[in-house]
Design a protein around this ligand. Structure first.
Ligand code: IPE
Ligand code: IPE
Ligand code: MG
Length: 246
């Protein structure tokens, strides 16, 4: 039996977050430039996103480019930005066909103008789609997101719109970039690294973590199904004891 047949459709995670790592090593293994890995990573993105939409997953959030990634060699950064522009341009038709709504989180103003315009244009075009919400974390740092939320709250207090005692988990959450999205129940990281790399620190408080040694360009829908099957075998206790569940 394939992994897909083992999935209990009534217990799907609503939100899957993915740290797509290992593009550079994948290319290096093949004696190619790192950019070749990023290009092939796009094939994995397409496959995983379409499989998620077909399954009925509501939210997929992809770590596409971190704030720290700006410090990579200039040529690699430029190549990733170009790739993002051409990919969004190529995929927009499929997004419309598959009823996918594109979304982005991060310091988007840091993006080169062309990338920013392509991205915001595609977000606008897909805004009425009602299927999968595909969020790209771009120029994203979770610590910055949290600081940004704290600053927004402080401004609201200063303007008299909010009392300090009204700052709680709920209002804090509403000031994160992910406002309106449920927390990811499942976080996947490829490439055999066991770290979070400044991704969704607040939101993954109770996420199930899934690590695989597969490099991102080798990751396909079957691997996603395997991760979901693994997720469904776990007991999520949220601090309780087994007997208290059900
Ligand atoms: C992930 O792959 C993609 C980005 C961070 C943009 P990497 O480029 O980090 O690949 P490795 O980890 O060096 O193999
Ligand atoms: C995390 O991968 C960022 C993305 C996948 C976009 P990195 O390759 O940048 O993370 P580290 O440096 O290994 O922690
Ligand atoms: Mg990496």
């Amino acid at each position: 039996m394939g992994y897909k047949e083992q999935i209990d459709i009534s217990r799907l995670p609503q939100h899957i977050a993915i740290i797509m790592d290992g593009n550079g090593r994948w290319a290096k293994e093949k004696g190619k430039l790192r950019v070749f890995g990023h290009k092939n990573g796009v094939v994995s993105v397409r496959d995983v996103v379409e499989a998620s939409a077909e399954l009925g997953i509501k939210y997929v959030t992809l770590y596409t480019f971190s704030s720290e990634n700006w410090n990579r060699p200039r040529l690699e950064v430029a190549a990733i930005m170009e790739l993002m522009i051409s990919t969004i341009n190529k995929e927009i038709g499929r997004f419309m066909q598959n009823n996918i709504r594109l979304n982005a989180i991060g310091d988007l103003e840091m993006l080169p103008e062309k990338a920013y315009n392509e991205l915001t244009g595609a977000i606008k075009k897909t805004e009425h789609n009602t299927g999968l919400v595909l969020t790209l974390a771009l120029s994203y740092s979770s610590r910055r997101e949290i600081v940004h939320a704290a600053r927004s709250l402080a401004c609201k207090v200063q303007r008299g719109e909010l009392k300090p005692e009204d700052i709680n988990e709920e209002t804090f959450k509403d000031n994160l970039y992910t406002d309106g999205m449920p927390d990811p129940e499942l976080l996947i990281r490829t490439s055999g690294e066991y770290r979070i790399s400044n991704y969704l620190l607040w939101q993954i408080a109770y996420a199930e973590l899934y690590f695989t040694s597969k490099l991102w360009p080798d990751f396909r829908r079957e691997d996603l199904f395997e991760a979901i099957v693994d997720y469904q075998k776990r007991e999520r206790r949220f601090g309780l004891i087994s007997e208290q569940l059900n």
